[in-house]
Design a protein around this ligand. Sequence first.
Ligand SMILES: Cc1cc2nc3c(=O)[nH]c(=O)nc-3n(C[C@H](O)[C@H](O)[C@H](O)COP(=O)(O)OP(=O)(O)OC[C@H]3O[C@@H](n4cnc5c(N)ncnc54)[C@H](O)[C@@H]3O)c2cc1C
Length: 452
Amino acid sequence: MIYDPLISRGVSSMLPAPDSYWHATHKVPTLPPLNKKVNSEYLVIGGGYTGLSAAITLAQAKQDVTLLDANSLGFGCAGRNGGFILSGSGRLSLSAIEDKWGRGIAKAMQGEFDGAVHLLKQRIADFNMQVDVVEGPYLKLAHNLKQAKQLCASAKHLATHFNVPSTLLSKTELTARLNIEGTHGGVELKGACLHPLKLVSEYARVAKELGATLFFDSPAIRIEKSNKGYLVTTPSGSVSAKHILIATNAYTPKRFHDSVDHKQFPVQSSIFVTAPMSHEQRERSGLTTPMSFMDTRMMKYYYRVLPDGRLLFGGRGAVQGKDANRASEKQRLYRAMLNSFPSLSGITMDYFWSGWVSVSLDSMPRIFVDDQPSGNNASRFRGNIGYAMGYCGSGVSFAAFAGQRLAQRMMGTSDIDLSLPLYRSPLKTYPFAKARRLALHSLYQWAKIAER
Ligand SMILES: Cc1cc2nc3c(=O)[nH]c(=O)nc-3n(C[C@H](O)[C@H](O)[C@H](O)COP(=O)(O)OP(=O)(O)OC[C@H]3O[C@@H](n4cnc5c(N)ncnc54)[C@H](O)[C@@H]3O)c2cc1C
């Protein structure tokens, strides 16, 4: 059974945990389901990085906070991602943000993105989180000559105007280091990766220690307004809360709440992990130490050498959830790996899984609070509702930052610059929402030709 946000009715507690390398190497703690009626000042719906980080922020501010998740810890992206710690979110580069809104906004956005990485590192240190952080080079690789030139120009621009240091690598320099095919140059930056499932376990531990009440295997199935704020119902309980923070991201059910319905597009990304590479395979491929990669394709491939010498390789997944585990999907990704590293021919695929990333219509994530209730009950209504989502596949550091910002916005306690594109407007609604899959299918067909 595979959850498909545009087809299924919602995440059920009966769905199995993902069959990921992360789940094979870490056992998540079991957290209790909700079997009663609860009152809480704040209710967070969704217990991935966004939701748990919001709960941590609220608990640190001594607020009364309850969190519900529909399944087990790490059921969503938190247990399925590649573990790359990236500065950035959404699909717009700093240069694209600069082109659209000017350098001042781009610098302020860089502050938010870097702030996310800083928050992650700070929490790892402050709460002694054991998440297997591994530092090593992060290489951006150009898949054709045009992209090599653009990558080079962009690296120079970022170094000059945004103080992002990087080293340019010519095709010759790259092939001297790696036995890699189909690459026309690249840029090396400082990189770091972690064990994403351990991270969500550690966030849950910290949230609990700080006083948040967590319930898992408890899907929110209805959100209704009440005199006190909201009443949220689960299959065997309910939470009455003044404020609701929606942190369900790409796993949001297709009909959930007006504020998020049709506001994002869940798109699948898939990952496989090989058997440990032999000494000879590592020497021949050049993948000798932990390092991470991303290419410049529109449908990017991303890969990293894991601490135990396996290669994790990811890219776009199937259009429909039901096709996620098809042999053809696995073969497509495996072939992409072999196109880059022919010397790994024959290596076994030990794990394969997929997850949903949340794509916003304008490629910009949003952290938004609707504190202007309307309708007949407006005068009596005292609560507000907000959400953080649309990270477009980049959220290991940013989701937790977004959760913190969402909680701060709800409490009205922070000096957030609400004029930034992240905060100043709600997510745009997808027009022709039902045609999203058709459009995605066409895009994949087109990309196949364009990216040859
Ligand atoms: C294959 C893949 C690879 C990725 N690789 C990277 C990477 O290397 N680096 C990076 O920065 N980002 C990566 N990402 C993106 C990153 O994982 C996400 O942006 C991030 O985990 C989002 O966190 P979240 O807490 O918002 O959502 P999630 O972790 O998806 O959590 C959402 C939660 O909501 C719960 N939920 C849904 N409906 C309900 C309901 N009705 N009631 C209660 N709970 C509900 C779900 O059970 C789930 O636990 C990747 C994503 C995928 C899928």
